[in-house]
Ligand binder design. Structure first.
Ligand SMILES: Nc1ncnc2c1ncn2[C@@H]1O[C@H](COP(=O)(O)OP(=O)(O)O)[C@@H](O)[C@H]1O
Ligand SMILES: [Mg+2]
Length: 248
C-alpha cells in the first residue's frame, strides 16, 4: 500500500545537536501511528518537520504522492496536514463555536464561500456545531474560550483542526496536563475519529498510546530505535534501554 505520508531520512540540526537524525517514517491511510520516546528525543521536532513549521536539513517528506519538503506550514495545512500543539492554541476572546468557524473559514474558500447567510450557516456554522458535538463540547458552544478548562480547550483545538478537514492529524502530547477524567474523554474522542483521518500521536501516556495505536515508533536522541505493532514495542529491549537511559 502506498503511504499517505512518508518521511525519508529526515534530518534537523540545531548547531552541533542533531535533533532528528535520518528518521524514516511511513503512515498509511487511516493509520493511527504513535511516536514515543524520552524528553528531548526529537518528537516535537519531527512533528514540526512534517507540519512544515521547521525545514529539514536533509531528507525528503512526501504527502499524498507529492513532495512537500519545501512547502510552508500553511500550504501543507491546505493539502491536509492538521496540527495540535503541545499547548492549546485557541482564540481566547471568541466563543468555542466561533473558534471552530474561524478555523474552517479557509477550507470553504474564504469570504466567497459564505457570501449569503444561508451559505454561512450550511457551510460553516452547522459543520462547526457538529464538530463541537463530536468532541463533546456542544454545551459550551457559546462560552468564550478563555473560560474553558484546559481539557476543554484541548477538545476545542481538536475540533478546530478537524474543521480544516485534515487527512493527517498531528497531535503533540494532547493528554499533557489533563486530569484522569479528561484523559479518558480524550481517549474516547480520538478512538472515535473517522478513519478518513490518519493520526500521528506524540504521547507520554503509554496507556493511551497502546490503546489507540496501530503502529508505535520509538525515538531516542533523534534516532529511530524501533517501530512496530504495540505488542512488539512494549517488549522490545531497545525500547526499555532508551527509557532506562533517560531516567538515569
Ligand atoms: N529551536 C530549538 N533550538 C535549539 N535546540 C532545539 C530547538 N528545538 C528543539 N531543540 C533540541 O532538540 C532536541 C529535541 O527536542 P524536541 O523535539 O523538543 O524533543 P521531544 O519533543 O522529544 O521532547 C532537544 O535536545 C532540544 O533541546
Ligand atoms: Mg515535545
Amino acid at each position: 500500500m502506498t503511504a499517505l505520508l512518508s518521511a525519508e531520512a529526515v534530518v534537523r540540526r540545531y548547531g552541533s545537536l542533531v535533533a532528528v537524525d535520518r528518521v524514516d517514517l511511513r503512515i498509511a491511510d487511516g493509520e493511527r501511528h504513535a511516536l514515543i520516546g524520552p524528553n528531548g528525543a526529537g518528537k516535537t521536532t519531527l512533528l514540526d518537520l512534517i507540519g512544515g513549521a521547521t525545514r529539514v536539513d536533509g531528507g525528503r517528506i512526501r504527502f499524498d504522492g507529492r513532495d512537500v519538503t519545501r512547502l510552508g506550514p500553511a500550504r501543507r495545512a491546505r493539502i491536509g496536514i492538521g496540527r495540535i500543539h503541545q499547548r492549546p492554541a485557541v482564540w481566547p476572546s471568541l466563543t468555542a463555536l466561533e473558534n471552530v468557524v474561524v478555523a474552517g473559514w479557509q477550507q470553504v474558500g474564504g469570504f466567497r464561500g459564505v457570501r449569503s447567510r444561508a451559505r454561512f450557516r450550511s457551510r460553516l456554522a452547522e459543520p462547526a456545531a457538529a464538530l463541537l458535538e463530536q468532541v463533546g463540547l456542544v454545551d459550551t458552544a457559546s462560552t468564550t474560550a478563555a473560560h474553558l478548562s484546559h481539557g476543554q480547550r484541548r477538545q476545542l483545538e481538536i475540533a478546530m483542526a478537524l474543521a480544516g478537514r485534515p487527512r493527517l492529524l498531528l497531535l503533540d502530547e494532547p493528554a499533557a496536563g489533563l486530569s484522569g477524567v479528561e484523559v479518558r474523554r480524550l481517549a474516547g474522542l480520538l478512538a472515535e475519529l473517522p478513519r478518513e483521518v490518519s493520526v500521528l500521536l506524540v504521547e507520554h501516556r503509554l496507556d493511551l498510546v497502546y490503546a489507540l495505536a496501530d503502529t508505535v515508533t520509538v525515538l531516542h536522541d533523534g534516532r529511530l530505535v524501533a517501530s512496530g505493532e504495540p505488542d512488539e514495542i512494549r517488549h522490545a529491549p531497545e525500547v526499555r534501554r532508551a527509557y532506562a537511559e533517560a531516567v538515569r
